[in-house]
Write a protein that binds this ligand. Structure first.
Ligand SMILES: *[C@@H]1O[C@H](CO)[C@@H](O)[C@H](O)[C@H]1NC(C)=O
Ligand SMILES: *[C@@H]1O[C@H](CO)[C@@H](O)[C@H](O)[C@H]1NC(C)=O
Ligand SMILES: *[C@@H]1O[C@H](CO)[C@@H](O)[C@H](O)[C@H]1NC(C)=O
Ligand SMILES: *[C@@H]1O[C@H](CO)[C@@H](O)[C@H](O)[C@H]1NC(C)=O
Ligand SMILES: *[C@@H]1O[C@H](CO)[C@@H](O)[C@H](O)[C@H]1NC(C)=O
Length: 288
């Protein structure tokens, strides 16, 4: 697993150099969310996921959770679906105002994509419409995008491309604020507290989901209405967290170290947990 991850990380780094504004949680962030989700699936939903995954994935959704980042070149229409931007540094999100791509085309944003792939997957058991879509791709996009929408800076400001144009130092290393939230906080946490083993971090998050967070989990799972999924809620939380935690106190060339890491790590852990719980809840509602 570890050597596999290393190779993937190199691929991602080269991708993110070309598409700095659109990458998602790093490999580990997405892997964690998909692993947490797959462990919470109902039987019907676990069966559907198993059917839809390609054989080489060996029924491990986590192994393909970053597939959507790897097809950004091939599917040139897809990078816009990885994020949402709010204008004028607004700390609120509105679907009708914000869910569009750079050309102003409606629905082409992270929330629109989550609705799109949820609706496609809802045709899973209907023989007549099923053939219209590639539901393997729909599953991989949805799993990735529910992850992305929980990364606070994937619902960030247009002006700085979700923190991609804000140069910072993570301890001694030069990077951008967006990357700190995709990768650096998780990596530093794994190195410091989990013996550099992502499985140990997953175990701890799962223990907290059934422990300290247990009474909040129902609320995370439910949407306000009878909707199958609710990206507008996830996005509203996201821009709020971006303002209150990610952007807060950061300016061009800030040096971020322990004070930032230790105060922001609980937000990252919470968003990873919510992403996993909500991906599972969404898939369970889709597949019954
Ligand atoms: C779900 O599957 C497990 C093992 O595959 C089985 O033991 C259990 O009875 C199933 N539950 C339901 C509700 O079908
Ligand atoms: C919906 O999914 C199709 C198939 O992948 C894709 O071509 C289209 O761009 C998607 N639109 C949105 C808004 O996600
Ligand atoms: C569906 O998408 C997957 C991943 O891109 C691809 O490997 C597979 O061939 C596609 N299936 C069909 C029927 O086109
Ligand atoms: C789990 O919960 C404990 C107690 O609130 C907290 O100290 C710890 O940071 C949490 N860890 C993760 C990974 O969520
Ligand atoms: C969902 O409901 C809560 C509580 O009633 C409300 O505060 C929130 O604004 C609603 N969110 C959306 C996106 O409708």
């Amino acid at each position: 697993m570890m050597s596999f991850c290393r190779v993937q990380i190199l691929v991602l780094v080269s991708l993110t150099c070309l598409f700095p504004a659109t990458h998602g949680w790093g490999i580990d962030g997405h892997f964690i969310i998909c692993r947490i989700a797959q462990a919470r699936l109902s039987n019907a939903s676990a069966d559907a996921v198993k059917q839809l995954l390609p054989d080489y994935a060996e029924n491990d959704l986590g192994s393909l959770c970053s597939w959507a980042d790897r097809v950004k070149f091939r599917y040139h229409w897809s990078p816009a679906l990885h994020f949402i931007d709010t204008p004028e540094k607004l700390c609120t999100y509105q679907y009708s105002r914000d869910c569009k791509d750079a050309n102003g085309e409606k629905d082409r944003c992270l929330a629109g994509a989550i609705n799109n792939y949820t609706n496609q997957l809802l045709t899973y058991s209907s023989e007549s419409t099923k053939a219209k879509y590639n539901l393997t791709e729909a599953l991989l996009f949805l799993s990735h995008f529910i992850g992305d929408i929980h990364q606070p800076l994937h619902v960030g400001f247009t002006e700085d491309k979700g923190g991609n144009t804000i140069d910072v130092h993570w301890y001694t290393r030069k990077t951008v604020l967006h990357h700190v939230w995709d990768v650096s906080i998780i990596d530093t946490s794994e190195e410091r507290y989990y013996n550099s083993n992502v499985e140990n971090l997953i175990d701890t998050i799962q223990q907290n989901i059934t422990g300290v967070w247990a009474d909040q989990v129902k609320k995370w799972e439910n949407c306000n209405s009878t909707e199958t999924t609710c990206p507008n809620i996830y996005a509203s939380e996201g821009i709020k967290a971006a303002c209150e935690w990610a952007y807060k106190g950061v300016t061009e060339d800030s040096v971020l170290k322990d004070a930032y890491f230790i105060s922001r790590l609980p937000i990252v852990n919470l968003r990873l947990a919510q992403g996993g719980v909500r991906l599972a809840a969404t898939l369970n509602r889709i597949f019954g």
